[in-house]
Ligand binder design. Structure first.
Ligand code: AOF
Ligand code: ZN
Length: 374
């Protein structure tokens, strides 16, 4: 086989190379986010250092549906060149016999000499055992590289495993004077670039949720309408205590093509909604409101790892007050709304210090600020 093209000058120190290669591994892992079911989307790069220069000899990302695992695919691609290689893996290799033999064993059998990982797998069948197996076989293991970034990417998986509920992203579009819009009508707060990014965020989540008022006022579709990603629309949920969703709404009308569930308090769904294919989820209620923590537990138990909450103000406030928001995606537009605006429950100046600003981007005239409490 021809020698792979080197990625950097030989002089780059190992720690810098590790940092950069783990970055590439994390980016590769993102490729199947939202497509691997209850399994996390993990990335693996197998790298040979030839004359000190790194050459990627095998790559793998957890396959759609969750299997095969990332390491298996990277090992297969590398063939003999896995021997003596360094493996960069975004999550500790598994140690259990599931549908496939343990990935840790696969790396041992392939002759890998060093494994660099970003995060320990909290699955009780793994939880340190993957690293231990590798070390027992004489492999050097360096765990925890770029851990915080990996944890952000794995947030859905980690939340469901550790807390039994999906990771919740609250998306807010706030005007430059701190408003979400004007009551009763749809106001454009952000521009096209932000809109595209919102669609990409949707594609990365298993579910998307709005309140009935938003469903009524904005009549949203909540689908992914980016070229090439149209099939990645998340399942749609409407918080609708009394099952009042309008059968003529876009959500109801498209329920046969994108799963649509009305979350009610023990009501039977009206016949027209049932006929359109709208599903129902009955949630506990508490003091006349749907009980959100229990709802999230039910969604977690059904296999949902990530939920995007898109509004409106009341729903956003309820999720914040219940302490259920893990990530805040705060889009800030350049426009002002002025008198009569709906105040945002969260603005740049009022984000609680439980949250850390993990990323900020300029999107045309808008800004996106991502806050996370991990
Ligand atoms: C890895 N590499 O690419 C992924 C891992 O049902 P199974 O056998 O597929 O096992 C699921 C568990 O495997 C999951 O809970 C997590 O612990 C691990 N995911 N592990 O070595 C991978 N996706
Ligand atoms: Zn595995």
């Amino acid at each position: 086989m021809a020698k792979a093209k080197p990625l950097s000058p030989a002089s780059e120190p190992q720690a810098a190379l590790d940092h950069r290669l783990m970055g590439a591994c994390l980016r590769y892992a993102r490729r199947h986010r939202g497509l691997t079911g209850t399994n996390p989307s993990v990335g693996t790069l197998l790298v040979q250092f030839e004359d000190g220069e790194p050459a990627i000899v095998g790559r793998g990302v957890t396959a759609k549906g969750g299997r095969p695992h990332a390491e298996r695919q990277a090992i297969e691609e590398a063939g003999n060149r896995a021997r003596g290689a360094t493996a960069y893996v975004s999550l500790e290799p598994c140690a259990h016999h599931g549908a496939t033999p343990p990935c840790a064993q696969g790396l041992i059998d392939a002759g890998v000499k060093r494994v660099v990982t970003a995060w320990i797998d909290p699955d009780p069948r793994v939880d340190g055992k993957g690293h231990a197996m590798l070390r027992a076989a004489g492999i050097t293991v360096d765990a925890g590289l770029r851990a915080q970034e990996a944890a952000l990417d794995l947030a859905g998986y980690l939340n469901r495993k550790l807390h039994g509920r999906p990771q919740v992203t609250l998306k807010l579009a706030v005007s430059s004077d701190g408003f979400l819009g004007v009551a009763g009508k749809e106001v454009a707060i952000t521009g096209d670039i932000s809109r595209a990014l919102v669609h990409r965020l949707r594609a990365e989540h298993d579910g998307i949720l709005v309140g009935r008022t938003t469903a009524h006022t904005d009549d949203p579709e909540l689908t992914v309408r980016l070229e090439g990603l149209q099939s990645r629309s998340p399942a749609r949920f409407i918080l609708d205590t009394n099952a009042k969703l309008d059968p003529n709404s876009k959500l109801a009308q498209t329920a046969n093509s994108v799963p649509t569930t009305v979350i009610t308090a023990a009501m039977t769904l009206p016949e027209p909604l049932q006929a359109l294919g709208v599903q129902q989820l009955t949630a506990d209620s508490h003091e006349g409101r749907l009980a959100l923590p229990e709802l999230l537990e039910d969604l977690g138990a059904s296999g949902m790892s990530s939920l995007m909450v898109e509004g409106g103000a009341e729903v956003a406030r309820s999720f914040m007050e219940a302490g259920l928001v893990d990530t805040i995606a705060l889009f800030e537009g350049a426009t002002t709304v002025g008198a009569g605006g709906i105040p945002s429950p969260v603005t740049l100046d009022s984000v609680s210090d439980q949250y850390q600003n993990v990323r900020s981007l300029k999107l045309g005239d808008d800004h996106l600020h991502l806050f996370s409490r991990i």
